[in-house]
Ligand binder design. Structure first.
Ligand code: DAH
Length: 339
């Protein structure tokens, strides 16, 4: 029996040496140590041994079993290690590789312009007020001295939703709303989106304006001019000059159009300003007393000045953009140039 055990031990070692994967190792384990296994079988044979031999043989059986178990365990460890290395190789991460880096984004040219304009105005004491884009005819027109069916409505090609509701065609609508709720004196600006039924290289159906309104006692055109000079210098540079030309808006009297020296040639005349040296930029004026009264402000005591201009126009001039619509197409190649 001892001989048999020794043979079994040698046979197990040889077989184990040839085992190359975990499945074969498991089969081997069953073959030797399982319930019907070779070693178990020998153990059963011990019943037939004389009693004094049993402890000796028993000890030997245990030794062989332990040897086999140890060998299986070490083989298993080998396989586990190989498996782990395989997986690591598959999911290899080179932590020394330089990072790819993220591309930096940039603010849209219009956001840049609004930021600049709003900052300059807030520094001069203006408050930012917003109004709805879907607006009542009343605030967009009637309260601003533009009655229904009046020819002055032709100045703006409007998108109507119903007879009384429209997409606001100017941020001047916020003037009327503000005067109804704020007590003078106040200074507000209102940046935002406006809509008109227009589309070509210099007109987009959606565009952006910034409105300004100051209501106080003793307001004059001089206040308007001083304030606009300051704002335009902050926007286009310290050498910027402005000039007033008489104009007409139903909500201001007198009304002016404001030109700014061309930021490209600084007033000497170039292709962009068609040789004039100036660029038309704003509408402005002294708030028509009729508008003050309509909005509940005593026009004997208070006066106001107002101005409004296209922010898109400013963004185009500052960035030499020739087609306003390119600002709304979200073409990444265009936006990348605006950094
Ligand atoms: N709302 C006018 C427009 O869209 C611009 C304008 C002119 C605004 C004169 C004003 C103003 O506040 O006083 O053409």
């Amino acid at each position: 029996m001892q001989e048999k055990l020794q043979q079994l031990s040698i046979q197990a070692k040889t077989e184990l040496n040839q085992i190359a994967d975990a499945v074969a190792l498991n089969n081997f384990k069953v073959k030797y140590l399982g319930k019907q296994g070779l070693l178990t079988e020998i153990l059963r044979g011990m019943r037939d041994l004389p009693a004094e031999q049993r402890p000796v043989v028993g000890a030997l059986v245990n030794q062989v079993r332990q040897e086999i178990e140890e060998q299986i365990a070490s083989k298993q460890e080998q396989f586990d290690k190989i498996q782990l290395e395989k997986e690591l190789a598959k999911n290899y991460i080179d932590i020394t590789e330089p990072a790819k880096g993220h591309e930096k984004g940039a603010l849209h040219p219009l956001s840049q312009v609004f930021e600049l304009l709003i900052d300059s105005c807030v520094n001069m004491g203006f408050k930012v007020v917003e109004g709805p884009e879907v607006e009542l005819d009343y605030y967009n027109f009637e309260a601003l001295n533009i009655p229904k069916n009046h020819p002055s409505r032709d100045m703006q090609d409007t998108f109507f939703i119903t007879d009384n509701i429209l997409l606001r065609s100017q941020t001047s609508s916020v003037q009327a709303r503000t005067m109804q709720v704020m007590k003078p004196p106040f200074k507000i600006i209102s940046p935002g989106r406006v809509y008109r039924n227009d589309s070509d290289a210099t007109h987009s159906p959606v565009f952006h304006q910034m409105e300004g309104l100051v209501v106080d006692e003793n307001i004059s055109m001089a206040d308007l001019k001083a304030m606009l000079v300051e704002l335009m210098r902050k926007t286009f540079g310290e050498q910027t000059q402005i000039r007033f030309r008489p104009s007409f808006f139903p909500f201001t009297e007198p009304s002016v159009e404001v030109d700014v020296t061309c930021p490209t040639c600084r007033g000497s005349g170039c292709r962009l300003c068609k040789g004039t040296g100036y660029m038309e930029l704003l509408g402005a004026g002294i708030v028509n007393p009729k508008v003050l009264e309509e909005c509940g402000i005593d026009s004997k005591k208070y006066r106001g000045f107002a101005f409004g201009f296209g922010a898109d126009r400013v963004a185009m001039v500052k960035n030499s953009i020739s087609d306003i619509r390119s600002m709304f197409r979200n073409d990444i190649r265009f936006l990348k140039q605006m950094k």
